[in-house]
Ligand binder design. Structure first.
Ligand code: URA
Length: 232
């Protein structure tokens, strides 16, 4: 395995950061400063050190969390607010959230230490569908629904791709939105662009997986088959 990949798989740093660490001479393989990111390492035999500390090949971990409102998708918070990782118990590996849900949003959130998996899910090139159930301040008009289906211009000029829109309630305030993009606060901004406001948002599906009956605040490991759905 190439050295920078090994470092990112082991949770030391992202691929790019790992390359920087190698270039800065912070990584040693069997006692020698590593020559470059492309150096081959055998995780079973070679001793790799980052800043003098041994790096162990980490088990790859894939979790699905039902994020409750009030938890932050961040590694730390200077205001001491609860973090999504506070909800994980007995996970010795360092895991990172894949994409983000806002502080007040709920629903499906993946956490992993596998950078490749995270990239598959978040890179726009892969166009993974994400479905959100939302409650709106005002009823969604037929005209606004059509605009969202065709794509709208956000306040910064970004034009969204066509979205799926399903009205779920008679008062037209419960709506399901499906998008293949993941700009910051995208769903809320899309609804703002058609003069409405999101009062509640829950991510209910990502690609072929849905939240199912996983309780709020609970998590489970993905099966190997579920991971494979995103990795092909
Ligand atoms: N879109 C939003 O506006 N907020 C989220 O948390 C997720 C998607």
């Amino acid at each position: 395995m190439r050295l920078h990949k090994f470092l990112s798989r082991s949770g030391v740093a992202s691929l790019r950061k790992a390359e920087e660490m190698i270039a800065a001479g912070r990584i040693r393989v069997n006692g020698q400063v590593a020559a470059g990111p492309g150096a081959a390492v055998d995780p079973a035999r070679d001793r790799v050190e980052a800043d003098g500390r041994e790096v162990r090949a980490e088990e790859r971990v894939y979790l699905l969390l039902h994020k409750p409102a009030g938890y932050l998708c961040a590694l730390e918070d200077r205001f001491g607010r609860p973090l999504v990782t506070d909800l994980l118990r007995d996970i010795p590996e360092r895991v990172y959230h894949v994409g983000r849900l806002d502080l007040d949003s709920e629903g499906m959130l993946f956490l992993t230490n596998d950078g490749d998996f995270a990239l598959k899910l978040t890179h726009p090139r892969h166009e993974i569908e994400k479905t959100y159930r939302i409650r709106l301040r005002a009823p969604l008009s037929g005209e606004a629904a059509e605009k969202l289906r065709r794509g709208v211009s956000l306040e910064n000029g970004f034009r969204t791709a066509p979205a799926g829109v399903k009205i779920l309630s008679g008062d037209c305030r419960e709506v399901e939105i499906t998008i293949r993009e993941g700009k910051k606060r995208q769903v809320k901004r899309m609804l703002q662009a058609v003069g409405n406001r999101v009062d509640y948002l829950k991510r209910t599906a990502v690609g072929p997986l849905s939240l199912g009956d996983l309780g709020k605040g609970k998590w489970r490991r993905l099966t190997a088959e579920e991971v494979a759905l995103f990795m092909e």
